[in-house]
Design a protein around this ligand. Structure first.
Ligand SMILES: [Ca+2]
Ligand SMILES: [Ca+2]
Ligand SMILES: [Ca+2]
Ligand SMILES: [Ca+2]
Length: 268
């Protein structure tokens, strides 16, 4: 089961792709639709993104100046949510190429070729995010009742649940030291979204936000001392906030009358 939010985001993305609009409106929409991802030193400097090839969504990379665009996937099904590995050599993404027709996690060489399917089931797997070591990939999967955070070996195998509850968990982002994963849960406490962190083995779960607004899309700072996220109170627009991993120091970053979404804390 997907959340309303995920359905909304993906529906908007896929509808835009179907209408052939993504190429026209450019990276802003594509980046808006991407999940928060971990940040790593020495990242390759290219931007990975998802764009329609005229019929369905493919994974591409491009230089920040707009040159050197390269298509990595080429099939008749949607490929979305690309995330670079820490050494820049691989890109993980979610695609629905497998016969069952649901989304699976794949990796592909950043230079093209070497595609590998990591998950194989009949429910949606989304939002891959590499661990800082590059050895693991965190993602959102489904346990048959609701969505959970999982990790899997970046080379395949070793899939392990991180969360285990009866509400939806999504948007995983590894801490820079790899010792915790920040994520969003939609209803473990109350009926709105809160930010949590947890150890990759599923222990030490900590709730950072506790309010009646939706708090989502966590993204660790490079130092690991702050987490940026979206705060969206009912009846108003979304703003970017930061909070410490201990749950204190909650601070607004944006303050305006329009929606601010999907923060990604880049390297300096
Ligand atoms: Ca495709
Ligand atoms: Ca799947
Ligand atoms: Ca869950
Ligand atoms: Ca909340």
């Amino acid at each position: 089961m997907e959340t309303v939010r995920l359905n909304h985001l993906r529906a908007a993305l896929l509808a835009a792709a179907a209408a052939g609009l993504l190429a026209a409106v450019g990276l802003a929409v594509v980046l808006y639709a991407q999940p928060a991802e971990a940040n790593f030193p020495g990242k390759p400097g290219k931007i990975a993104f998802s764009e329609t090839d005229g019929t369905d969504l493919e994974i591409y990379t491009i230089n920040p100046n707009g040159g050197g665009k390269k298509q990595l996937t080429n099939n008749s099904t949607n490929d979305i949510e690309p995330a670079y590995s820490p050494n820049g050599k691989k890109i993980a993404y979610s695609g629905r190429e497998a016969p069952a027709g649901d989304y699976e996690i794949y990796t592909i060489n950043a230079g093209g070729g070497g595609k590998k399917q990591l998950t194989d089931n009949s429910t949606g797997d989304y939002e891959p995010s590499y661990s800082p070591s590059g050895k693991k990939i965190a993602f959102q999967g489904d346990d048959g009742q609701d969505t959970e955070i999982y990790t899997i070996n970046a080379g395949g195998g070793g899939k392990q649940p991180v969360t285990d509850n009866s509400s939806d968990d999504y948007f995983p982002d590894y801490a820079p030291n790899g010792k915790r994963i920040a994520y969003t849960n939609n209803a473990e406490t109350g009926t709105d979204e809160e930010i949590y962190t947890i150890k990759p083995d599923g222990g030490g779960k900590k709730q950072l936000t506790d309010n009646t607004a939706n708090d989502y899309y966590p993204s660790y700072s490079p130092s690991g001392k702050k987490i940026a996220y979206v705060y969206e109170a009912a009846g108003t627009d979304a703003e970017i906030y930061t909070i410490t991993p201990g749950g204190g120091g909650r601070t607004p970053v944006t303050d305006n009358s329009t929606n601010d979404d999907d923060p990604y804390w880049g390297t300096q």
